[in-house]
Ligand binder design. Structure first.
Ligand code: COS
Length: 389
């Protein structure tokens, strides 16, 4: 099944984006990676994406990437195309960028050397922010980093860490000033083999991918491996999420476009009551609603990415709108597509059945839908306050 390309004519995109999609679509359609064993498959995807050069879009040009600053439209489109073909391929791509994002944004030159290996698919990255009692409420994290000479001693737990168990390094957020809330968090580079770091539990989810709970038992980290400003970790995490939340919107769009393509193909071929499913007005109306939601979410997503790349303004609000709209719409579209397939839709092994599972976590991770609404509302009120100040 081919990834559709009509939307690439929109003025948000340049010829480089159109060429990128054409090349990536051919590449992705030709890949044959066995996804039975999720860790192995994920490693294979990272290696393949790295060898083909696609991971170079995840890091800055100074350290092995394509652009001096990450191009948000490329990230959105790459995730769309990959998710259209394989949710695991999209996951492998996305985590290399998110897992190394704080380094790209705030690492020193020597800290950023590892980015060459991230871009080549030779080092797997992970972003370790969430905790058992601090998912949406990041500032409530309990992992601590206590200074000892020129080192920091990390203690605590992180959970739902993507690539947990297969990552070569983790970017870990910890409290460096326990009393300062969001203003007392810092970010640390921790190699997977660090003494005291343990993969405490592997977590199985409805859309399988490497995921784990990590335990830090007095892990010693030199201050040279602290990323960005001391106590500036919360903002660094938010800035990283501002970039990658838009790309989650891209991934959701890829899943929705695939479900839509499956639904169109199926309803044209499925005989029912003497005609085809697509001949019923009910089906036509449902397909129309699906197209509407995909286009509306796509426009919000491309706007956010374009605004970041071209206008270079703060896009916290637009990124939140893009993620909220695209993930919620994709869930709805995929559900409609599954419904059109009837009992076949819930049959394990059917593409729509897999899409139905793949989309669900996207409404939760990198900021749940409720958090996105909150970010949008708060940001609007801040604009009002600033205007009246
Ligand atoms: N960029 C830069 N700075 C930001 C920012 C952003 N996008 N968002 C917030 N900040 C700053 C604020 O300006 C504030 O700065 P000052 O201390 O200088 O005033 C500081 O960070 C704290 O912000 P805020 O008061 O809004 O923090 P809250 O604790 O209220 O948290 C939410 C806000 C809920 C929005 C935040 O915790 C969040 O995004 N949660 C979801 C986390 C998430 O996505 N988890 C998934 C993990 S990865 S799978």
């Amino acid at each position: 099944m081919r990834y559709p390309t009509q939307h690439l004519a929109l003025p948000f995109f340049e010829d480089a984006h159109r060429r990128l999609v054409a090349e990536l679509s051919d590449w992705a359609a030709a890949q044959q990676i066995d996804e039975t064993h999720v860790d192995q498959a994920c490693r294979h995807w990272v290696q393949a994406l790295g060898a083909a050069g696609w991971l170079r879009y995840s890091v800055p040009a100074s350290h092995g990437g394509i652009f001096p600053v990450l191009d948000s439209r490329c990230l959105v489109l790459i995730r769309e195309v990959l998710a259209f073909h394989s949710a695991l391929a999209d996951f492998a791509f996305a985590m290399q960028g998110l897992g190394s994002g704080p380094l790209s944004l705030a690492g020193t030159d020597s800290q950023r050397q590892v980015l060459h290996r991230v871009a080549a698919g030779q080092a797997i990255a992970a972003f370790a922010l969430s905790e058992p009692m601090a998912g949406s409420d990041v500032a409530a994290m309990q992992t601590t980093a206590v200074a000892e000479g020129t080192d920091w001693i990390l203690s605590g737990e992180k959970t739902w860490i993507s690539n947990g168990g297969i990552a070569d390094f983790y970017l870990v957020f910890a409290k460096t000033d326990a009393a300062a809330g969001a203003r007392g968090i810092s970010c640390f580079f921790l190699p997977a083999q660090a003494a005291g770091l343990q993969v405490a539990e592997r977590i199985d989810t409805i859309s399988p991918h490497p995921l784990a709970r990590l335990r830090f038992d007095a892990c010693r980290v030199p201050d040279t491996q602290r990323i960005g400003p001391l106590h500036g970790g919360f903002k660094l995490a938010m800035q990283t999420l501002d970039i990658f939340r838009v790309s989650v919107a891209g991934a959701s769009l890829g899943l929705a476009r695939r479900a839509f393509a499956e639904a169109r193909q199926y309803t044209r071929q499925r005989p029912m009551f003497g005609q085809y499913l697509a001949d019923f007005q009910l089906t036509q109306s449902a397909l129309g609603d699906m197209a509407l939601r995909i286009d509306a979410a796509a426009l919000l997503s491309y706007r956010a990415a374009w605004q970041k790349d071209v206008q270079k303004t703060n896009t916290t609000q637009e990124a939140a709108m893009a993620k909220l709209s695209a993930t919620e719409s994709a869930q709805w579209v995929i559900d409609r597509a599954l419904q059109m397939h009837g009992a076949l839709g819930v049959t394990v092994g059917q593409k729509v059945e897999a899409l139905y599972r793949d989309i669900r976590a996207m409404r939760i991770y990198e900021g749940a839908s409720e958090v996105q609404s909150l970010i949008i509302g708060r940001s609007l009120l801040k604009e009002d306050r600033d205007a009246s100040a």
